[in-house]
Design a protein around this ligand. Sequence first.
Ligand SMILES: Nc1nc2c(ncn2[C@@H]2O[C@H](COP(=O)(O)OP(=O)(O)O)[C@@H](O)[C@H]2O)c(=O)[nH]1
Ligand SMILES: [Mg+2]
Length: 309
Amino acid sequence: MLLERALKGEELAIARLLTKIEYVDPEGLKALEYLAERSGSAHVVGITGIPGAGKSTIIGALIDEYVRRHHKVGVVMIDPSSPFTKGSFMGNRIRMQDRSMLSNVFIRSLASRGHLGGVSAEALMLIEALDGLGYDRIIVETVGAGQTDTEVVSSVHTIAVLTVPGTGDEIQALKAGIMEIGDFYVINKADKPEAEASYISTKFVIDSAEINFRDGWKPIVTKTVATKGEGIKELVDMFEEHKSFLESNGIFRRRIVDRRVKMVELIVRRNIDQVLQKTIDENKKEILMMPLLKSVEKIRDDVIAKISK
Ligand SMILES: Nc1nc2c(ncn2[C@@H]2O[C@H](COP(=O)(O)OP(=O)(O)O)[C@@H](O)[C@H]2O)c(=O)[nH]1
Ligand SMILES: [Mg+2]
């Protein structure tokens, strides 16, 4: 059976199982239900930031560091503009013959449009599944904009916002309210001369901000050079610290409950949306001929009837 083989860690079986989950196939959903009973221990970290900030690069470096620490790493990428594969992350490292990289890392790229009509439900289902399969560190790459991202971002344990030096990102981000979401502000590309100024101004914004930080955690500002792996060990240390902080507050657990509630909501909402769309398509003519409120009532009653049978 596919699930059994996936639980044994067979990569091909995992890939096929996740596809079935993504497509909301009955076998996939059954497996997801089983995996959801075993999940709940993975630390889920969201990496967000504008395209080109270095998200994919830093994720490659984080994978290295996590595997060095004997973790199993799952990656979910919600960025249609950069369809990375395991090969593109692992290219150099496989040549270094680090076999553990191959068996302890699973990377999944999500397309821009999910099979349920959006990508967030799939992302949450994949996180749940990877968690249940024993991946104890899960990284989610998002561009940090739009509804999908908001839904996913609010369901992860730890959020790291990548900013690029010299772009005035910090000020823009603060204005846009993005500064309120991060647990970490990572000034990547710290090899650029403008990095120090960015670091100082971001720190200033955090220190002087009169905002309620998420869960009472004061965001940490830090610098990295993702391409050289600089600052990555320290970043992972701080992620682990944040994990302990969340665990000691009961927030770690609460976030997983939130994730499940959100997942259920999204799946049901999209099921209902599909019925609604179908009903509207079938009744276009009637809608046009009826008074407005009458047609609203008719469509609503039809949808309710279809759902409840
Ligand atoms: N100089 C420098 N370039 C970097 C660094 N991190 C990433 N880059 C480069 O920035 C570009 C965009 O990186 P990518 O990871 O694809 O960004 P993403 O769109 O946020 O996923 C690539 O050409 C990377 O090599 C860094 O620390 N320093
Ligand atoms: Mg990317």
